[in-house]
Design a binder for this molecule. Structure first.
Ligand code: PRP
Ligand code: MN
Ligand code: MG
Length: 182
């Protein structure tokens, strides 16, 4: 395998910073959903790390389910038209749902997903995301739990990919220009 050592430009959020913030988020979610059954809905594939590390910090009664969605349209930019590749196995009727995401960029994916899930008769639908790029927002999404607001740079690691790579890195960072330019 090729060495990734040269691919990284800088670390934006260290493993320790992420873990400390997840501690706080988990405590907040626990408090908000005390006495309720919560369904965590992870959005494949980016949300895998956040789901694993956030849920393990929680003491609320939780279930987990997963969705895979894909934006129609050109290449790297979300179009806002979303197609379900893998739907939930869980009936949402009467359920408290918390969507778990790695990042909100344009907001188009989440905005579509929230209204899709709201149409299924849940008791509530909220969002928890590790990262948000406020300056990249094309649509306002009401997000209950945000780990970090970050600048509109392309970030990788901790679930986030570039061409499916770098998801496994335990931190969030940016890539050196040569990675994009080949
Ligand atoms: C990324 C990210 C979010 C979405 C955010 O997923 O994980 O799900 O884009 O973008 P938006 O706010 O502009 O809609 P991606 O479609 O790259 O799939 P992945 O999770 O499998 O990497
Ligand atoms: Mn994603
Ligand atoms: Mg991606």
């Amino acid at each position: 395998a090729s060495d990734m050592g040269d691919d990284l430009e800088k670390v934006l959020l260290s493993k320790e910073q992420i873990e400390a913030r997840l501690d706080e988020m988990a405590a907040e979610i626990d408090a908000d959903y005390a006495g309720k059954d919560l369904l965590l809905v992870g959005v494949l594939r980016g949300a895998v790390m956040v789901m694993a590390d956030l849920s393990r910090r929680m003491h609320t009664s939780i279930e987990m389910d997963w969705m895979a969605v894909s934006s129609y349209g050109s290449g790297t930019k979300s179009s806002g038209v979303v197609r379900i590749l893998k739907d939930l196995d869980t009936d949402l009727h009467g359920r408290h749902v918390l969507i778990v995401e790695d990042i909100i960029d344009s907001g188009l994916t989440l905005s579509w997903l929230v209204s899709n899930l709201r149409s299924r008769g849940p008791a509530s639908v909220e969002i928890a995301t590790l990262l948000r790029k406020p300056e990249a927002a094309k649509v306002e999404v009401d997000v209950r739990y945000v780990g970090f607001d970050i600048p509109p740079e392309f970030v990788i690691g901790y679930g986030l990919d570039f061409a499916e790579k770098y998801r496994h890195l335990p931190f969030v960072g940016t890539l050196a220009p040569h990675v994009y330019n080949g």
